[in-house]
Design a binder for this molecule. Sequence first.
Ligand code: HEM
Length: 145
Amino acid sequence: MDFHALLRVIHITAFAAWFGTIFATLFLLKTLEPGLTGEKKQAEEYSLLLRRFIKLETKVADVAVISVLLSGLLLAHFYEGWHPWVFVKIGLMILQIALTMGYIIKAIQPITYPCDTAKYRAWYRLFTISFSMFGIVLLVTFFLR
Ligand code: HEM
Protein backbone atom coordinates (compact mmCIF):
# COMPACT_ATOMS: atom_id res chain seq x y z
CA MET A 1 0.00 0.00 0.00
CA ASP A 2 1.33 3.43 -0.98
CA PHE A 3 1.20 5.42 2.29
CA HIS A 4 1.46 8.74 0.43
CA ALA A 5 -1.59 7.92 -1.71
CA LEU A 6 -3.48 6.73 1.38
CA LEU A 7 -2.78 10.01 3.22
CA ARG A 8 -3.88 12.04 0.18
CA VAL A 9 -7.11 10.03 -0.09
CA ILE A 10 -7.81 10.59 3.62
CA HIS A 11 -6.97 14.31 3.37
CA ILE A 12 -9.17 14.97 0.36
CA THR A 13 -12.06 12.71 1.43
CA ALA A 14 -12.12 14.26 4.90
CA PHE A 15 -12.08 17.73 3.36
CA ALA A 16 -14.97 16.73 1.04
CA ALA A 17 -16.96 15.32 3.99
CA TRP A 18 -16.41 18.50 6.03
CA PHE A 19 -17.33 20.73 3.07
CA GLY A 20 -20.39 18.54 2.38
CA THR A 21 -21.72 18.81 5.93
CA ILE A 22 -21.61 22.61 5.64
CA PHE A 23 -23.60 22.51 2.37
CA ALA A 24 -26.11 20.06 3.87
CA THR A 25 -26.60 22.37 6.87
CA LEU A 26 -27.10 25.37 4.58
CA PHE A 27 -29.79 23.50 2.61
CA LEU A 28 -31.52 22.36 5.81
CA LEU A 29 -31.49 25.88 7.26
CA LYS A 30 -32.95 27.20 4.01
CA THR A 31 -35.65 24.48 4.08
CA LEU A 32 -36.55 25.11 7.73
CA GLU A 33 -36.53 28.91 7.48
CA PRO A 34 -40.31 29.44 7.01
CA GLY A 35 -41.03 27.22 10.03
CA LEU A 36 -38.33 28.65 12.28
CA THR A 37 -39.42 32.22 11.53
CA GLY A 38 -43.17 31.41 11.57
CA GLU A 39 -45.68 30.39 14.21
CA LYS A 40 -44.65 29.16 17.66
CA LYS A 41 -45.75 25.51 17.55
CA GLN A 42 -44.12 24.76 14.21
CA ALA A 43 -40.96 26.65 15.22
CA GLU A 44 -40.64 24.44 18.30
CA GLU A 45 -40.95 21.28 16.17
CA TYR A 46 -38.49 22.53 13.56
CA SER A 47 -35.94 23.64 16.14
CA LEU A 48 -36.03 20.12 17.60
CA LEU A 49 -35.32 18.71 14.12
CA LEU A 50 -32.55 21.25 13.63
CA ARG A 51 -30.93 20.33 16.95
CA ARG A 52 -31.06 16.61 16.07
CA PHE A 53 -29.51 17.26 12.66
CA ILE A 54 -26.74 19.45 14.11
CA LYS A 55 -25.87 16.74 16.64
CA LEU A 56 -25.32 14.24 13.80
CA GLU A 57 -23.58 16.80 11.58
CA THR A 58 -21.17 17.81 14.35
CA LYS A 59 -20.06 14.20 14.82
CA VAL A 60 -19.15 13.85 11.13
CA ALA A 61 -17.61 17.33 10.92
CA ASP A 62 -15.45 16.76 14.05
CA VAL A 63 -14.01 13.51 12.68
CA ALA A 64 -13.49 15.15 9.26
CA VAL A 65 -11.69 18.21 10.70
CA ILE A 66 -9.36 16.04 12.81
CA SER A 67 -8.67 13.79 9.80
CA VAL A 68 -7.89 16.78 7.52
CA LEU A 69 -5.55 18.19 10.15
CA LEU A 70 -3.71 14.94 10.99
CA SER A 71 -3.38 13.76 7.37
CA GLY A 72 -2.22 17.28 6.35
CA LEU A 73 0.45 17.33 9.07
CA LEU A 74 1.64 13.80 8.12
CA LEU A 75 1.76 14.73 4.42
CA ALA A 76 3.84 17.80 5.25
CA HIS A 77 6.15 15.86 7.56
CA PHE A 78 6.82 12.79 5.39
CA TYR A 79 6.36 13.96 1.80
CA GLU A 80 5.80 17.64 1.06
CA GLY A 81 8.13 19.35 3.56
CA TRP A 82 7.41 22.28 5.88
CA HIS A 83 7.01 24.94 3.19
CA PRO A 84 5.65 28.40 4.09
CA TRP A 85 2.32 27.57 2.36
CA VAL A 86 1.83 24.66 4.77
CA PHE A 87 2.14 27.07 7.72
CA VAL A 88 -0.25 29.47 5.97
CA LYS A 89 -2.76 26.59 5.69
CA ILE A 90 -2.35 25.67 9.36
CA GLY A 91 -2.87 29.32 10.36
CA LEU A 92 -5.94 29.64 8.11
CA MET A 93 -7.46 26.45 9.45
CA ILE A 94 -7.02 27.65 13.06
CA LEU A 95 -8.48 31.04 12.05
CA GLN A 96 -11.46 29.34 10.34
CA ILE A 97 -12.26 27.27 13.42
CA ALA A 98 -11.83 30.27 15.76
CA LEU A 99 -14.01 32.53 13.59
CA THR A 100 -16.82 30.01 13.12
CA MET A 101 -16.86 28.87 16.77
CA GLY A 102 -16.71 32.51 17.94
CA TYR A 103 -19.57 33.49 15.65
CA ILE A 104 -21.68 30.46 16.71
CA ILE A 105 -21.29 31.35 20.40
CA LYS A 106 -21.90 35.08 19.83
CA ALA A 107 -24.67 35.11 17.21
CA ILE A 108 -26.19 31.64 16.68
CA GLN A 109 -26.55 30.08 20.13
CA PRO A 110 -28.52 33.02 21.62
CA ILE A 111 -31.25 32.70 18.91
CA THR A 112 -34.56 31.32 20.19
CA TYR A 113 -37.25 30.14 17.77
CA PRO A 114 -39.43 31.49 16.31
CA CYS A 115 -37.21 34.44 15.45
CA ASP A 116 -37.56 37.19 12.85
CA THR A 117 -35.90 36.83 9.43
CA ALA A 118 -33.36 39.56 10.25
CA LYS A 119 -32.08 37.49 13.19
CA TYR A 120 -32.20 34.28 11.13
CA ARG A 121 -29.78 35.90 8.66
CA ALA A 122 -27.03 35.29 11.24
CA TRP A 123 -27.04 31.67 9.98
CA TYR A 124 -26.27 32.82 6.44
CA ARG A 125 -23.46 35.08 7.68
CA LEU A 126 -21.98 31.99 9.37
CA PHE A 127 -21.99 30.13 6.02
CA THR A 128 -20.39 33.16 4.34
CA ILE A 129 -17.54 33.00 6.87
CA SER A 130 -17.11 29.20 6.41
CA PHE A 131 -17.20 29.17 2.62
CA SER A 132 -14.89 32.20 2.35
CA MET A 133 -12.32 30.46 4.55
CA PHE A 134 -12.63 27.22 2.50
CA GLY A 135 -12.14 29.31 -0.64
CA ILE A 136 -9.00 30.97 0.74
CA VAL A 137 -7.49 27.63 1.87
CA LEU A 138 -8.21 26.08 -1.54
CA LEU A 139 -6.63 29.09 -3.30
CA VAL A 140 -3.51 28.70 -1.14
CA THR A 141 -3.44 24.92 -1.81
CA PHE A 142 -3.73 25.14 -5.57
CA PHE A 143 -2.15 28.50 -6.46
CA LEU A 144 0.40 29.41 -3.77
CA ARG A 145 2.24 26.08 -3.63
C1 HEM B 1 -3.45 21.92 9.10
C2 HEM B 1 -4.05 21.90 7.98
C3 HEM B 1 -3.51 21.36 6.68
C4 HEM B 1 -2.26 20.90 6.33
C5 HEM B 1 -1.02 20.81 7.21
C6 HEM B 1 -2.34 20.51 4.94
C7 HEM B 1 -1.29 19.99 4.20
C8 HEM B 1 -1.38 19.55 2.89
C9 HEM B 1 -0.30 19.00 2.12
C10 HEM B 1 1.12 18.82 2.64
C11 HEM B 1 -0.78 18.68 0.88
C12 HEM B 1 0.00 18.08 -0.29
C13 HEM B 1 -0.27 16.62 -0.43
C14 HEM B 1 0.48 15.99 -1.59
O1 HEM B 1 0.26 16.40 -2.74
O2 HEM B 1 1.27 15.10 -1.33
C15 HEM B 1 -2.19 19.03 0.87
C16 HEM B 1 -3.04 18.83 -0.20
C17 HEM B 1 -4.35 19.24 -0.26
N1 HEM B 1 -5.03 19.90 0.75
FE1 HEM B 1 -4.34 20.27 2.60
N2 HEM B 1 -3.62 20.70 4.49
C18 HEM B 1 -4.35 21.25 5.53
C19 HEM B 1 -5.68 21.63 5.49
C20 HEM B 1 -6.47 21.61 4.35
C21 HEM B 1 -7.80 22.14 4.28
C22 HEM B 1 -8.56 22.82 5.43
C23 HEM B 1 -8.24 21.92 2.99
C24 HEM B 1 -9.55 22.31 2.38
C25 HEM B 1 -10.09 23.48 2.49
C26 HEM B 1 -7.20 21.25 2.28
C27 HEM B 1 -7.29 20.84 0.97
C28 HEM B 1 -6.30 20.18 0.28
C29 HEM B 1 -6.44 19.66 -1.08
C30 HEM B 1 -7.71 19.76 -1.93
C31 HEM B 1 -5.22 19.08 -1.41
C32 HEM B 1 -4.87 18.37 -2.72
C33 HEM B 1 -4.07 19.27 -3.61
C34 HEM B 1 -3.53 18.52 -4.83
O3 HEM B 1 -3.83 17.33 -5.03
O4 HEM B 1 -2.78 19.14 -5.58
N3 HEM B 1 -6.13 21.06 3.13
N4 HEM B 1 -2.52 19.56 2.09
